[in-house]
Ligand binder design. Structure first.
Ligand code: G4P
Length: 529
């Protein structure tokens, strides 16, 4: 198959949800359609099977949240689909943000009984900021769900995005009868006998065939459906592909991942409504996915995914051209030609070596410690950069010390590696060495992950003392010696790992006060990489 055809059949999307909305279950069903896993036998032991598919870290299993993101690839209906899993907790919204940079669209899974939950508002907003197409799958209709109009309203309010239901649920919970397909004006009957198997033949009845429809879903449900459709047709946004493409309108689907209802309907529409990898902006102009040679950027680095191997993997999203094993490429930020070592793709819980991959695909390569998040890799002979990935300003800080002073080396190695992955940021006080470090995180859960990982992967116990600071500002211009800055009593002077000076404050008022007291002082919320 030509490079063009290979790229045209790629669809790369991120899947996001709050914990427990059903992201894992839906992903599993997608894989089922791709024929990648046989769930028939694993329904009983689903808890274990599920974790084996997309969770890597013990802590996730213990806490029931997905901490790291993973990548899965499968084929369906002539398409090659890449799913990027994302952590389901707002404390990891930075990780989600990076993953979205590598995706061409996003699928949001929402629990029909819960709607948009407070702890995931931030996550969903991050999604809205990217301007990529966002699809909504409202799940668990086999359980009592909230009023559909109310749910749509909430999504519109929370995300600042319009919605366009592609199908419409008929009842929910015990009275769930199926969905109404607005395009074909047909009722698709719900059956809960499809767990663990591919959807069988669908039963569809035209809504105009009043008698048959009434018989199928009952008179009351039929009347209500007609009322709702009338209301919907009058009040909701019409489907508009261009608005979808720009993330301004979210097509909404209803279903039940657990019983495998509505999953294939979703997949079919989704594939029609999404685009293959599109041209991306680089510093030299637009890079065409088909006509340009190989290029990719690093969006994630993960150490010790497999404890036995103690390896570090850099995940890259291929943006253009074709990757072939053994090829020499140019690592722009390092300024040199490199070989991508042990290129691999993930399939369920297995990794396998890839011989070739195309724009849209994600590959993981062995990282001897040279890659950083946001780095560009291109074909040897080319030299351009994709825009970097901005880091979020940490909002929580703690002083971290190793409990056992004999383990200094492991402590420094562990904490530096975890910082390079982008999960935490580390800072030093002026006269302190690496034995005591200030750690900044976006969400407090990352402190737990840090503690767990240092212990589990590096065999280091730490003492972690939370600090009251909430605001970080890098010093862009000082106008005087840093030591002479007249700050408030709650201000703290630090430097980051690149030696750049910065200040921590407990509240926003202190920032204003410090700026007032020091004419010539210029502060920045983000550091340039
Ligand atoms: P997540 O990845 O978004 O965190 O959610 P996950 O798929 O793990 O699903 C969370 C729980 O919700 C699971 O139940 C799962 O079986 C259930 N679930 C998912 N989709 C549906 C659905 O469409 N309908 C219903 N009724 N339930 C659904 P659990 O009890 O936590 O796990 P398990 O004991 O079933 O493994």
């Amino acid at each position: 198959m030509s490079i063009e055809k290979e790229i045209q059949k790629r669809r790369t999307f991120a899947i996001i949800s709050h914990p427990d909305a059903g992201k894992t279950t839906l992903t599993e069903k997608f894989l089922l359609y791709g024929g990648q896993i046989n769930l028939a036998g694993s329904v009983k032991g689903k808890a274990t099977a599920r974790h084996a598919v997309s969770d890597w870290m013990q802590i996730e299993k213990e806490r029931g949240i997905s901490v790291t993101s993973s990548v899965l690839q499968f084929e369906y209906g002539g398409f090659c689909i890449n799913i990027l899993d994302t952590p389901g907790h707002q404390d990891f919204s930075e990780d989600t943000y990076r993953t979205l940079m590598a995706a061409d669209s996003a699928v949001m899974v929402i629990d029909g009984a819960r709607g948009v939950e407070p702890q995931t508002r931030k996550l969903f907003k991050v999604c809205g900021r990217q301007g990529i197409p966002i699809f909504t799958f409202i799940n668990k209709l086999d359980r009592d769900a909230r009023d559909t109009f109310e749910l749509l309203d909430e999504i519109e309010q929370e995300l600042g995005i319009r919605t366009c239901p592609i199908n419409w649920p008929i009842g929910s919970g015990k009275s769930f009868k199926g969905v109404y397909d607005r395009e074909t004006k047909e009722i698709v009957e719900f059956r809960d006998t499809m767990k663990g198997t591919k959807e069988g033949e669908e039963t569809r009845i035209s809504i105009e065939d009043e008698e048959a429809a009434k018989e199928q879903i009952g008179e009351e449900a039929y009347a209500l459906l007609n009322d709702e459709i009338e209301l919907l047709d009058g009040a909701s946004d019409e489907f508009d592909q261009e608005k979808v493409d720009h993330g301004k309108l979210s097509p909404v689907f209803f279903g039940s991942a657990l019983t495998n209802f509505g999953v294939e309907i979703f997949l079919k529409h989704f594939l029609k409504m999404t685009a293959p990898p599109l041209p991306r902006k680089a510093d030299i102009g637009i890079i065409d996915p088909v006509k340009s040679g190989f290029s990719a950027f690093v969006f994630k680095i993960q150490a010790n995914m497999n404890k036995a191997h103690r390896d570090r993997i850099a995940f890259m999203r291929i943006c253009s051209g074709k990757f072939e094993a053994g090829m020499t490429v140019y690592h722009v930020q390092e300024g040199k030609d490199v070989r991508l070592i042990q290129p691999q793709q993930m399939m369920a819980d297995e990794r396998h070596v890839v011989d070739q991959a195309y724009a849209g695909d994600i590959i993981g390569v062995f990282d001897p410690g040279v890659y950083a998040i946001g780095d560009t890799i291109c074909a040897s002979g080319s030299n351009f950069r994709y825009a970097g990935i901005p880091t979020f300003a940490p909002e929580h800080f703690a002083r971290v010390r190793q409990a056992d002073t004999m383990k200094r080396k492991q402590f420094v190695k562990g904490i530096t590696q975890i910082a390079q992955e982008g999960a935490i940021q580390i800072f030093q006080e002026e006269n302190y060495g690496m034995e005591e470090i200030i750690v900044g995180v976006v969400g407090v859960l990352q402190f737990e992950v840090l503690e767990y990982r240092l212990n589990n992967e590096y065999n280091v116990e730490i003492a972690l003392e939370k600090l009251p600071y909430e605001h970080i500002r890098w010093i862009k211009e000082c106008g005087t010696e840093i030591e002479s800055i007249k700050g408030t009593s709650d201000m703290k002077r630090l430097k980051d790992m690149k030696g750049r000076p910065l200040l921590l404050f407990v509240n926003a008022w202190s920032i204003g006060m410090t700026l007032d007291r020091n004419p010539g002082l210029v502060l920045e919320e983000f550091s340039e990489n």
